[in-house]
Ligand binder design. Sequence first.
Ligand code: ATP
Length: 288
Amino acid sequence: MVTGLRVFAPAKINLTLNVTGQRDDGYHLLDSLVVFADVGDVVHLRAADAWSLQVDGPEAASVPAGDDNLVLRVARLFAPGAALTLTKELPVASGIGGGSADAAAVWRGLGVMTGQGRDGVDLLALGADIPVCVSSQAARMQGVGDVITPVGGLPDLHVVLANPRVAVSTPHIFRTLAHKDNAPMPAILPTFTDAADLCAWLATQRNDLQAAAESIAPQIALTRQAMAALPGCMLARMSGSGATCFGVFKSATAATQAAQRLAHAQPGWWVRAGRLGSMQDAARPQAL
Ligand code: ATP
């Protein structure tokens, strides 16, 4: 029996995000190409009789440590208990799905630890990004986050992630949107020969939340522009509802150098170099 696990919770990045409609219940319909980063939070689980959660790491102060934490809300779907430690690396409420990634990591970990399946549990009700984070595999996400189609063969991208430390409210951004009935991505996505090819196609696509987010928080536009101005940046865009932006670079070295430069110029920002793609191997629970 497994008594201890380490589970990596990769950040989710929306390479594209089209807002294609709104349901009568208010939920927005999306069409988004989602990938995962080798940057993320880490959850440790140890078998115990009761539930407990300890949060540490550089971003620990901004997350609820009690029952409101998504980690505990998902854990309580299982029985009997576990001692959980969440090491929080990802900025909170920043468009890279930190809470959803953590919740999905606990879901994977407790599934292995307890052997309990949870078919029929509505993870979507806990967070729109949780289902796509469960596999941490590159995917096209449609509907309200419930229609997930894995996208195979996507070239990995070397990126810089940057967050200017400005909080943006997702509902506020959706309310500010000028158009909620934008065109979706092409029904069939092209196949890409390499990262430059993918990047050239991404440049023809968009994040429909970006303009609204930048009108509310001009620091996001500054972040994107600072990213685009870095040597070797091929594309700069906001992820999710922001404020985190990603910049694509031609190599790991170029991304690392760009991240160092940006972090030096903006010491108050959260800046990381990393790789984007499918992270299902890295996200698999590891026995301690
Ligand atoms: P998305 O990209 O899915 O919109 P996000 O990155 O914008 O997500 P999160 O970091 O998931 O947002 O945080 C959203 C809210 O969830 C915050 O208000 C936070 O207080 C709450 N929350 C609960 N549990 C967690 C957790 N484990 N990590 C981060 N936030 C959490």
